[in-house]
Design a protein around this ligand. Sequence first.
Ligand SMILES: *Cc1c(COP(=O)(O)O)cnc(C)c1O
Length: 395
Amino acid sequence: MSTQKPPVLPFLPFALPEIGEEEIAEVVDTLRSGWVTTGPKAKRFEADFAAFLGDETRGERLHCVAVNSATAGLHLALEALGIGPGDEVITTTHTFTATAEVVRYLGADVRLVDIDPATLNIDPAAVAAAITPRTKAIVPVHYAGLAADMPALLAIARRHGLKVVEDAAHALPTTCGGQLVGTLGSDATVFSFYANKTITTGEGGMLVTRDVAVAQRARVMRLHGMNRDAFDRFTATVPSWYYEVVAPGYKYNLTDIAAALGIHQLKRANAFQAQREALAAAYDEALAGLPVILPPRAAVGDHHAWHLYVLRLSDGARVARDRLIEHLFAAGIGCSVHYIPLHLHPYWRDRYALMPAMFPHSQHAYERMLSLPLYTRMTVDDVQRVAVAVRAALR
Ligand SMILES: *Cc1c(COP(=O)(O)O)cnc(C)c1O
């Protein structure tokens, strides 16, 4: 006699990119073209990105600088804004280490602050309380794809003469007060095209700024501090091998192979967002009534990019977060935690003598949160399957 086993479902990964035939054809075209590093496709991707954000909005031109990661873009933005030794930059503890590490690259110090427990975004009141005479900039993160409270943060920055650089790694496309993140009036905004982000170039990022001086400095510093890039030199009407090194720059340029992916991913960004929003709504419905806190929603009329679907267990839940993750994994479902807050990592904890009690809201959320799979290649059936597994684990 054979025992009846339930059918084994394939493993549902935590994240998967969606790369189509147009992306593949564009990459092949790039490979055949003879120009594989930064060149015509990177330029086109920059122009398309500016058009996507609306380069005509409010009569101000947006400058887009393609880079090989958001980390690079954040570094370049803060460098261009003059952040250096002796300065302090305020950001959230509830983020990935890249947000803060770039401050240390420049020899400046990081002031980590707590989040608003309702939104999991940086708390403007905590920002205001952390300002010292050394403070030079604020780096908000649009956590999970939900806009941070930019009106409050920009008002604080204006009052204290601070720069604002938005970490928009999760926020394509996100709106705040009906305006796309990237056009909100900060000094710079940086998007990520890492493999699991809402659009991907494998690795890549985009620095967006209205400040022409920031854009010019970032363009020079992304390529060794050279004042003309290779494409400019080789395509000049007068052939020219000449360039000048004006600073000890970095190697942060985006390749045309990556930009080829980005050109087509960007065209699909709004459709991807609609799919993610529908999947998030399906999760909300399927998880309603459980001892969980559903992710915060965007304000009425605004868009959440839904990079992450972050579920929190209620204080009354009888299963711990780690056990829930184990249950889901046993059911063939990948999930993750975004993020282990910076104040718990040895480097940040020890450098700044940080303790969990200094960040009660981030700590409380961290102990109870997990990110469920959310990506465009999932179906509503996949969402139901995850919800059934969560429900079973919480019983
Ligand atoms: C992914 C991510 C980054 C870094 O992006 P890269 O393109 O991988 O450098 C920075 N900040 C946050 C919040 C992220 O999620």
